[in-house]
Design a protein around this ligand. Structure first.
Ligand SMILES: [Zn+2]
Length: 101
């Protein structure tokens, strides 16, 4: 199962929890508050797609990688928005809103 990064909104404590994507958000281990925010620091789908492209050909051009990024990023962003909501994505993953250049 993946490890997720959180930050407690009540006391500011950052912490990590290992659990499934659909499991409920765990309370803060420091103060017990349930008011915690998941931090999205990675874009694994995009990275994996780009690595696969680069690894397959070894000749992947910058243009191809940019195309891949442009293709994958909106899809990933939509998944996150569907799951977490527009506000959370904008706060935690602002790079998903920008073009790769
Ligand atoms: Zn706390």
């Amino acid at each position: 199962m993946p490890v997720y990064d959180y930050r407690c909104q009540a006391c500011g404590q950052p912490f990590q929890e290992r659990h499934g994507f659909d499991d409920p958000i765990p309370p803060c281990p420091a103060c017990g508050s349930g008011d915690v925010q998941r931090l999205i620091v990675q874009a694994p789908t995009v990275a994996k797609g780009m690595l696969a492209l680069a690894g397959d050909s070894r000749r992947a051009s910058k243009e191809q990688l940019q195309d891949k990024w442009a293709e994958e990023t909106p899809k990933l962003r939509k998944q996150l928005v569907d799951k977490l909501g527009e506000d959370v994505v904008n706060r935690n993953a602002p790079t998903l809103n920008s073009k790769f250049d």
